[in-house]
Design a protein. Structure first.
Length: 112
């Protein structure tokens, strides 16, 4: 699957982690985008398209500020464990920007 939102970055081939997309920005900063994070990002693209550019700008700022970032769905259980990297979840990016998506999903009303 191609993560088109990250096409402006250079693809980084990590032989140890072929399942997670990795990128380099123009300054050589390395970051990973785990599938769970990307799913969350897609949710914001679908539910809050008018604010999506702000989210992508914030991702870029975080990469430039910290230089080595792993964007993950769950920082306590990331797919990739790298020393010297910081971990960010989608809500770490969207909450400070006051961009919210309310999760109204709930279980089925039907019992067994």
């Amino acid at each position: 699957m191609d993560y088109v939102e990250f096409n402006k970055y250079k693809v980084y081939e990590d032989e140890d982690n072929k399942l997670v997309h990795a990128y380099l920005d123009e300054e050589g900063n390395l970051f990973y985008v785990e599938p769970g994070f990307y799913s969350g990002l897609e949710g914001f693209a679908e539910k809050r398209p008018e604010r999506f550019d702000e989210i992508m700008e914030e991702i870029d700022k975080i990469v430039k500020q910290y230089h080595k970032v792993i964007f993950t769905a769950d920082f306590e259980n990331p797919w990739i464990d790298r020393e010297g990297f910081i971990y960010r979840e989608i809500l770490d990016i969207t909450d400070p920007l006051n961009i919210y998506v309310e999760d109204k999903s709930r279980g089925s009303d039907y019992g067994d």
